[in-house]
Design a protein. Sequence first.
Length: 131
Amino acid sequence: MSPVKDDCWCFACGPENPHGLHLDDFHHDGDDYVVTFVPQRHHQGWQGITHGGIVATLLDEVMTRMLYAQGREAVTAELRVRYHRSLPTGQPVEARARTIETRGRLIRTRSDLSDRQGTLIASAEGKFLLV
């Protein structure tokens, strides 16, 4: 039995979680794994600005789901986020992930969050441990 189990209540992608982000449009685009999202008012920190924790969650989730789509169950071991600009609520964004390096059970990844014009909102590097 796997040490991790999906009960459909993941905050980012769980369809059963009434308070979650309900991310579900994951797909491949070349070497990247992609998801789109439109943050709403209840995702804000400061008025009209998406909370930084939501931004970090998007970046983390697209990397995690990329690995899962590859048949690799992994947990986040480290996440470094860089915020380039604020994300207004109501503005559609796209998160893209790619693998940088695999070394044994440790996988390094990168993700970027951009608006429809291609402006970089935030980026992250993650280290994931295979379970």
